[in-house]
Design a protein around this ligand. Structure first.
Ligand code: BEZ
Length: 210
């Protein structure tokens, strides 16, 4: 079953490098990033998991818990962890789910048979504190993801949840935002700074403080 934005993130129980977890209990009302990688001891995956470990303080700052999954068993994940630490320059500091039965991978539709085999593709799910799926990304096995982009989207989601705004093309934190169409320009001038009406439907404003 495919998962759509706004769906509840399916719960599961699984073995991980940090013991058995119930996903919703582990998440415990935080934001979460659940992402899959095709296989342990592979080059692109090693760089991705190393980078994610190195970004721990950035995820922590945003109140986000990170968890990875692949179809390899826990022993394999544990054997691979020193390589991830060496390549990424930081010890593995988030759990990796072992999914040899493919329960989690199938629940989240992470196996795309047209991509070659029964390992997972590179899926990303950003899940909010109420367990709603807020972003999905699917990358092919041969292409590593940009974890800066994942942080950027988390910033945009947390901002747009806190005020009637949207983020424009190529937005980065600190840049101007777009006033939501549901708000009049007069109201926007009361609420935001530096409102500029380019079109009646396109109003820029300075990014509000959250
Ligand atoms: C990799 O992580 O390098 C990789 C894994 C599976 C297929 C292709 C590349």
């Amino acid at each position: 079953m495919s998962i759509r934005l706004g769906d509840e993130a399916p719960n599961f129980t699984a073995e991980t490098t940090e013991g058995t977890i119930d996903f919703h209990q582990w998440k415990d009302g935080s934001w979460a990033v659940l992402f899959s990688h095709p296989a342990d001891f592979t080059p692109v995956c090693t760089t991705e998991l190393g980078r994610t470990a190195g970004l721990k303080s950035e995820f922590d700052k945003r109140g986000v818990k990170v968890i990875a999954v692949s179809v390899d068993p826990v022993d394999s994940h544990n054997g691979w962890a020193p390589d991830i630490a060496e390549v990424g320059g930081t010890d593995l500091n988030f759990p990796i789910i072992a999914d040899p039965d493919r329960n989690v991978s199938q629940l989240y539709d992470m196996i795309h048979p047209g991509e070659g085999d029964t390992s997972t593709v590179r899926s990303v799910f950003i899940i909010d504190p109420k367990n709603k799926v807020r972003l999905t990304l699917t990358y092919p096995k041969s292409v590593g993801r940009n974890f800066g982009e994942i942080l950027r989207v988390i910033d945009a989601l947390q901002l747009t949840d806190s005020a009637p705004v949207s983020t424009p093309v190529d937005w980065w934190p600190g840049q101007r935002i777009i006033v939501a169409p549901t708000m009049s320009t007069d109201d926007a001038r009361q609420r935001f700074e530096e409102v500029e009406e380019v079109r009646p439907y396109l109003r820029w404003a300075r990014q509000p403080q959250t």
